[in-house]
Design a protein around this ligand. Sequence first.
Ligand SMILES: [Mg+2]
Length: 263
Amino acid sequence: MHKGTGALYREDRCGCTVFGTKQLWPFSYFAAMKYKHLFFDLDHTLWDFDANAKLTLQDLYGTLKLEERGIDDFNRFYRQYLEHNTRLWARYRNGFIKQAELRVKRMQLSLLDFKIGDEALAQEMSRRFLEMLPTRNTLFPYATEILTYLTSKNYRLHLITNGFEEVQHHKIRNSNIHHYFDQVVTSEGSNSLKPNKEIFDFALAATGAQKAESIMLGDDLEADIIGAANAGLDQVYINHVNKSPDFKPTYTVYALKELEAIF
Ligand SMILES: [Mg+2]
């Protein structure tokens, strides 16, 4: 019985709130009934891409002796890198540049910000970065716990990720979350990219899931959320960085633990 509400409210044996004679089911009851397949994004949603990229670049900063080359402040270099990377990814997603160009150009432009015009160094940094990054294993807080929780509630978990097969598999193995997922759908494997409808259709076909029983969970409003909505799927916007979206997702959470209130 809730204090101060007389006999109007009570918790029944399943934890559902009863108002008078009308039963108000909790959020999670409907989600549990409705969804069977949860499609997660990987980078910036479960796997902390920024933290892992920063650690990798910091490593390269030391081994390639970038301080001696004139980059006196690693954090400033990293900020420049993030800016170029975000902009180039948007261009890549929109089909203006190829992945190979993105990979080198983000290094090249970051070096140029420090007046280092060295194509060979940019190539070397790009190669080593891609080699080292997937070996990092920093996940967002509560990532493993929420995957365990959802698995215990019999949801089928999958990944839909814009990335390369080998790289993405490497990341989930190294961070020890590979065993939670039935299907890992990458842009390389599906020959499509989020937010295109084709990659979501590919994922539904690969898992045998129906749209109505599926939901996409991701951090990227355009790629994950609007993409999934256009493909006819419900969405959970994982808003780790507290953005103000101009689109209304089915659900929004600000930390992975909050998913327990939905599922
Ligand atoms: Mg993402």
